[in-house]
Design a protein around this ligand. Structure first.
Ligand SMILES: [Ca+2]
Length: 326
């Protein structure tokens, strides 16, 4: 049986007769029906309603993660964002404690993720997710790193999500990349990791604080968060250090700290030599600074692949914790 999507048929049909379809839309809709059991006609009608947005192409072409650390850090580590985090934690203290305990995730990390993603809900994104994912699926710019396939899968999952959660797909808003709610979940993550912590039968990542906080905690839990374990320590690099130890994109902790130490990166805090870790380099104005990163650092990069992002979340979380527990 085809899954039926809720659809504002009247407004869409009236405009669709003359409207041109996006290139590749027909094949996408056929795949939606064949592989996901969606109704191809309805998918096509949604796509016909979806608008190409040049501003989305422009935004994806210059992500903040392209900056050096010394320019990226001040965007997120500010007194205002730290104070906002302490307030958010106080306002939601029981819920954050509940989610932290249930999912085994340190509370300050849950707060910091929501703080970096949406300023504790103040900025959840003003793009229609339908426009964002359509633009990035069918018109991905030539940046040397074609992610159209990734966004095409997310667009497909957006339609699946609409059926599963009864979302009004034509109205849902999010970031220019299609991330939704206070924790900025992409459709595939929403489907897989969002939880209904307030048990009202819906997973609402916009207005149910239990669902929002629980979902962020569950996401980190499912990616392997280790409670009360370190995220990263600064390291001192020796002159003859083996730079091949420095990770570029994959921060999985898989090298024993003893081996990293022998390779010329010495943790500034004591670590058992058999602890698994990786090495990150972050660019300060006076050159690269080095860090031993643990499994929890890798887990934060499951939220956003950039080591800059992971370090910003970590630093913000520590500052918020200091403010919360003076
Ligand atoms: Ca709920």
């Amino acid at each position: 049986m085809k899954r039926i999507l809720t659809l504002a048929l009247v407004s869409i049909l009236s405009a669709s007769c003359l409207a041109q379809q996006h290139p590749g839309a027909e094949a996408f809709a056929a795949k939606a029906e064949a592989e996901y059991g969606l109704d191809a006609e309805q998918v096509l009608q949604y796509l016909q309603d979806a608008r190409f947005k040049q501003s989305i192409v422009d935004a994806i072409s210059r992500p903040a993660e392209g900056k050096p650390w010394f320019e990226y850090r001040p965007i997120f580590i500010t007194d205002k964002r730290i104070r906002g985090g302490v307030e958010f934690w106080r306002e939601n203290e029981a819920l954050i404690a509940q989610a932290s305990q249930k999912y085994g995730v340190d509370p300050q990390i849950i707060v910091a993720i929501i703080g970096v993603e949406t300023y504790y809900g103040a900025i959840t994104g003003g793009y229609r997710v339908l426009d964002a994912l359509t633009t990035l699926s069918f018109y991905y710019p030539d940046t040397g790193n074609d992610r159209s396939e990734f966004f095409s899968k997310e667009l497909m999952n957006f339609f699946v999500l609409g059926g599963a959660e009864g979302l009004p797909l034509e109205d849902v808003t999010g970031s220019y990349a299609g991330a939704m709610g206070l924790g900025q979940f992409m459709p595939s993550s929403y489907l897989e990791y969002a939880v209904d912590l307030d048990e009202d039968g819906r997973r609402d990542l916009w207005s149910s604080m239990p669902d929002i906080i629980g979902s962020v905690a569950n996401y980190l839990h499912r990616h392997g968060w280790e409670l009360n374990q370190p995220v990263t320590f600064p390291a001192e690099k020796s002159a003859d250090a083996n730079l091949e130890l420095v990770a570029k994109r994959d921060f999985r902790a898989r090298t024993p700290v003893g081996e990293i130490d022998a390779g010329g990166f010495r943790s500034e805090k004591p670590v058992e030599p058999d602890t698994l870790a990786a090495v990150a380099a972050l660019e300060e104005e006076d050159g690269d600074h080095y860090f031993i990163t643990f499994e929890n650092f890798y887990v934060i990069t499951r939220y956003n692949r950039s080591p800059l992002y992971a370090m910003a979340v970590y630093e913000l979380s520590e500052a918020i914790r200091s403010g919360f527990e003076p």
